[in-house]
Design a protein around this ligand. Structure first.
Ligand code: WT7
Length: 641
């Protein structure tokens, strides 16, 4: 089994040896997994390509390591513990009120279900290397389907079920997916969301690579049906055999594509491969959460994001853990829901996002006080900087001062947690992600790429040596991968984040330095939102920036130049509707300001620095505006705010 660090001395030793001899370090970890054929070389890399390979020549299957190899030792242990959305109980939104509230899949049952789904995929012509897009709520079938792809070597690409039909179609087309797997409806809080309808709309927009849409019956609500391509999950899965040999996968075969936003308008498909991702997610899971035999671990993320991939599905299952999956939302039926579940299932490790902490904090201390949270040993935070107030509330009201908080910094591209305290092992300091994991050479550089080696310094966060779960490419566009991550500072992976190091060497990640905003822990490209706004016929130009938002961390502020329309709330609503249609509700601007002009440099570039300052009300220090083509635009923006 993967090494588990148990003391500060061990952390220091492991860190040192992982830097001095990364290959020997990761070789030792990789050997704890089952390889059908051993790898011949641990790592080969060149950041210029970039061309990074781990465990070269090794053959394995990640689902064999998640499931089969645990059957003998923990076949009857719960692998996935599923907790339903509350509406299933009370007969709301189409429920008969008698539905299961929680379901358990033992490792044996999960393996059976994954094999059945694998056989379904095969029977419908899905082969190794084919892409399958998932557009589903947080039901067990999503995890089962994803694992089924991995078992037969198909590449999964999960699209968060809050994205619009257009956004879904864009991703399906970029991946040239052969199949979409969705549900009929999604129960989300009090809402019933017509998921299949969104898929129908995406198909109408043109998804020519797709030959089948598999529909999981989640609520049984009415849906449109196309006899040509629609198929029920149960019709094609239920009678399948529970035997399916895992495909022999090369360590560097593609495991999944996950789309994420960047500085340009088009989302990029981050590609992860089998071997390195397997080793790193398992290793980081066991160490960051200090998971112990018998613990119940709960990550509240959605599988539509990397957190769900690495720390609901793969990391925990590889480590033989019991991982909980929650269908609902934090505030439904009330703001005690998370804590009720922690009490009910005696959760030991709880991993959530600052935005959820802030939202629940705002509802009052009496909610967590109603429940017994004494089982919680470790608290985790991910997705955005956690502010001091939220950190202390989490510590005091949820951890009762006894559960260390791991503020985990990482990215879709890094595959796993990179900078974090280790609970009970290293110290913690509010708002600091603190220390790099073994194997992670985090450095700060100035804008010319000079390494800043002293403490008490601020700079751009880069990583020097590859780690096993680093992205390999951006799907279909390797050049973009090179440009975005490996060209700013030769020989280093550039994260796009700014960070500071305190006098004791702890790292605090401050936020993005590119045109990406972090809304409720979700990455939004400003260019993407602008493109969406510009789809409105009366919009001439727009500029989108982030501003501090009490609950979401950052809100979206849009400046809009328009013509031929009253600049009122009706128009604002229309703009929101366009954004919802183009991307999804998560990208809706929180504020829209109609303007006549935008501050531009002489070369015609919008000066976002100024727009950000105005949006956040920080107008005393606008900085140098002398290079502006139209300085008077700034005055007008401020007076019309
Ligand atoms: C960006 C990555 C990785 C899972 C969820 C987000 C920000 C993430 C932290 C943290 C400060 C953080 C960074 C990063 N971020 N975790 N603990 N402290 N910032 O994944 O969508 O790929 O976004 O989220 O800005 O670059 P993602």
């Amino acid at each position: 089994m993967t090494t588990q660090i148990t003391s500060l001395e061990e952390y220091k030793e492991q860190y040192k040896s992982s830097i001095e001899n990364p290959e020997a370090f990761w070789d030792k970890e990789a050997k704890t997994f089952t390889w059908f054929e051993p790898y011949k070389e641990v790592c080969k890399w060149d950041f210029e390509g970039p061309d990074v390979k781990w465990f070269l020549g090794g053959k394995t299957n990640i689902t064999y390591n998640c499931l089969d190899r645990h059957i003998e030792t923990r076949g009857d242990q719960t692998a996935i513990l599923w907790e339903a959305n509350e509406s299933r109980k009370n007969g709301k939104n189409g429920s008969n009120g008698n539905e299961e509230r929680s379901l358990r899949y033992t490792y044996r049952q999960l393996l059976d279900e994954v094999c059945k789904a694998s056989n379904m995929l095969k029977s419908l012509g899905i082969q190794k290397g084919d892409r399958v897009v998932f557009y589903m709520p947080m039901v067990p079938e999503l995890a089962i389907g994803v694992l089924a792809c991995a078992r037969i070597g198909a590449v999964h690409s999960v699209v968060f079920a809050g994205f619009s039909a257009q956004a879904l179609a864009d991703r399906v087309n970029d991946a040239q997916a052969k199949m979409i797997i969705c549900s009929d409806y999604n129960k989300r809080g009090a809402k019933n969301i017509a998921v299949k309808q969104v898929v129908d709309d995406a198909m109408d927009l043109g998804c020519n690579s797709v030959s089948n849409v598999i529909v999981h019956k989640n609520t049984g609500g009415e849906i449109n049906w196309s006899d040509d391509c629609d198929k029920w999950w149960h019709d094609h899965v239920d009678d399948q055999s529970t035997e399916c040999q895992p495909e022999m996968m090369d360590s560097e075969d593609m495991l999944f594509i996950l789309y994420t936003s960047g500085s340009t308008g088009k989302p990029k498909g981050v590609v992860h491969t089998v071997g390195g991702y397997m080793v790193y997610t398992c290793y980081s899971f066991k160490n960051v959460f200090q998971y112990k035999e018998g613990d119940v671990y709960w990550c509240t993320a959605d599988i539509g994001w990397i957190t769900g991939h690495s720390y609901i599905v793969y990391g925990p299952l590889l480590a033989g853990a019991t991982t909980m999956m929650f269908e609902g939302v934090p505030t439904y039926p009330d703001a005690g829901r998370f804590w009720e579940i922690c009490e009910k299932h005696k959760v030991n490790q709880f991993y959530t996002a600052p935005t959820a902490i802030r939202a629940l904090m705002a509802k009052g201390d009496h909610w967590p006080e109603k429940y017994d949270l004494s089982s919680i040993k470790v608290l985790g935070s991910v997705g955005e900087p956690i502010n001091e107030e939220a950190w202390h509330w989490y510590d005091k009201h949820i951890g009762k001062g006894n559960a260390p908080i791991v503020d985990t910094w990482w990215q879709t591209e890094t595959g796993g947690i990179m900078i974090t305290p280790l609970p009970g092992i290293t110290d913690t300091k509010p708002t600091y992600a603190a220390y790099p994991m073994p194997g992670i050479q985090a450095v700060l550089v100035d804008k010319d790429g000079n390494e800043l080696n002293e403490n008490n310094v601020e700079g751009l966060l880069c990583i020097k040596h590859p780690w096993p779960s680093i992205l390999r490419t951006t799907y279909g566009d390797h050049e973009r991968c090179k440009q975005v991550y490996f060209s700013s500072f030769p020989g280093m992976y550039f994260t796009g984040d700014g960070a500071r190091r305190d006098s004791d060497g702890r790292i605090r990640v401050i936020g993005r330095v590119d045109d990406v905003i972090n809304v409720s822990g979700h990455r939004m490209g400003t260019a993407e939102v602008e493109n969406a706004i510009n789809e409105h016929d009366n919009v001439i130009e727009s500029a989108v920036v982030g501003y501090p938002h009490e609950i979401k961390g950052q809100g979206i502020y849009a400046y809009v130049i328009s013509q031929g329309k009253e600049k009122d709330d009706v128009f604002r609503k229309e703009i929101l509707a366009v954004v919802t249609k183009e991307i999804g509700p998560i990208a809706k601007p929180d504020k829209i300001q109609f303007v006549d002009d935008l501050p531009k440099t002489r070369s015609g570039k919008i000066m976002r620095r100024i727009l950000r300052k105005i949006a956040s009300g920080d107008v005393d220090s606008l900085g140098d505006v002398s290079t502006l083509l139209n300085p008077d635009a700034v005055e007008k923006l401020m007076s019309n705010k």
